[in-house]
Design a protein. Structure first.
Length: 130
């Protein structure tokens, strides 16, 4: 299993811990989410890490899984994605393209026959398009 995202925030009077987990190969079922929830909950309680009441939620990122790391983009080679950027590339903050390559610094997308290099640091959000 891998940790996809961890969101920790107060809502109302409670602290919510939301964990998105997935398999490296992709796909996690409800039973596995429940098992991860129990294990993490026991660990947090045994070690008294959080000294306030909390709600722990573990789920799959689903089809709308965010992409951000080199590993994320490599897992999605030859698939179409939408990129939201911090700074414009060629005058635009949003691009749709097919992921063709990724390295430690950039992701490369085929945009209508042209290859666009996008710095990983400039990606605010990216997701697959279906």
């Amino acid at each position: 299993m891998e940790l996809v995202d961890l969101i920790c925030r107060h809502e109302g009077g409670d602290l919510f811990l939301r964990i998105l987990a997935d398999r490296l190969e992709g796909g996690i079922n409800l039973g596995e989410c429940a098992s991860i929830n129990r294990e993490i909950g026991c660990m947090l309680d045994e070690r008294d890490i959080l000294r306030e009441r909390y709600v722990l939620e573990v789920s799959s990122p689903g089809l709308d899984r965010p992409l951000g790391s080199k590993a994320d983009f490599l897992r999605c080679l030859n698939k179409k994605a939408k990129f939201f950027l911090k700074e414009p590339v060629n005058g635009k903050l949003e691009w749709d393209g097919v992921i063709i390559k990724a390295d430690d610094i950039s992701v490369y997308a085929d945009i209508g026959g042209d290859v666009l290099e996008i710095s990983l640091a400039s990606v605010t959000k990216a997701k697959l398009l279906f």
